[in-house]
Ligand binder design. Sequence first.
Ligand code: A3D
Length: 320
Amino acid sequence: MARPKIALIGAGQIGGTLAHLAAMKELGDVVLFDIAEGTPEGKALDIAESGPSEGFDAKLKGTQSYEDIAGADVCIVTAGVPRKPGMSRDDLLGINLKVMKSVGEGIAANAPDAFVICITNPLDAMVWALREFSGLPHNKVCGMAGVLDSGRFAHFLSEEFNVSMRDVTAFVLGGHGDTMVPSVRYSTVAGIPLPDLVEMGWTTQEKLDAIVQRTRDGGAEIVGLLKTGSAFYAPATSAIEMAEAYLKDQKRVLPCAAYCDGELGVEGMYVGVPTVIGAGGVERVVNIKLNEEEQAGFDNSVNAVKGLIEACKGIDSSLA
Ligand code: A3D
């Protein structure tokens, strides 16, 4: 059986890391596409030359031609610009929307059967626009944010409790922005919900509140440290986890920006929700019940995403 084909649209910081991880995990052959001449070719060759030491079998190719992504099983989109210190994700909207148009058309023409994972920010609006431009089925287009945001939350919690990250399940809902909703009630250590751990004296409510806020600011914390771009190791790892769930039909329960058709009270748009990812793409949105406080936070986040979608429609009349 032929190896799966993984197309990476954007060969910058995240794109290069995605290619390296996909090769090391032998998820398939990798095509790196970018408009910057030489960048995808250079990264593909560099990673291929690590193969003998690492011992992986995967072909890597860099290209400026969309025809080379033909028949891809998975497309991961990072094309566009990242933010710099002082910028919000929403500041990227105008420039990255134009990029989504060319990427959407390139995928539709060459890889219409692919499972598409968008990472470009502002995430929830860009995945919506990418789906509109590509015309692919909603269940085959999703956005990576929840796995990363939950990963950040889980990491901070494991440090606070001094327990293995493997035993922490963290749960973040809503848009990938300042309004995201880390859910304390649905996050656990080996099944024990966080409010119970506060009662048990493992931490205080104040410390937990600070961790929730640090999770919301997790991207900005890294932008502030790096100064020249945004996070790329953990975002790439998160998207690879989603791609692997699809390619291996793992039926993983992962939070991602998925199209909601009434689930959690959201109608006809993309926002961060728990999903099941398997060979059918986003096979299910897990329609959980929120309490009043969670629902208010989630609705606030949904409204922020709605505002960005309206802004997209204002910029590109074909989306209206
Ligand atoms: P960067 O290293 O700048 O790579 C972006 C690449 O896109 C560059 O190599 C560009 O040449 C390329 N590019 C620009 N326009 C096009 C185009 N039309 N077609 C193809 N390629 C193009 O950025 P990065 O890899 O650090 O980040 C990529 C995106 O991911 C940014 O929008 C970030 O804001 C976003 N991001 C999202 C998350 C989430 O959790 C959702 C996390 C981190 C970064």
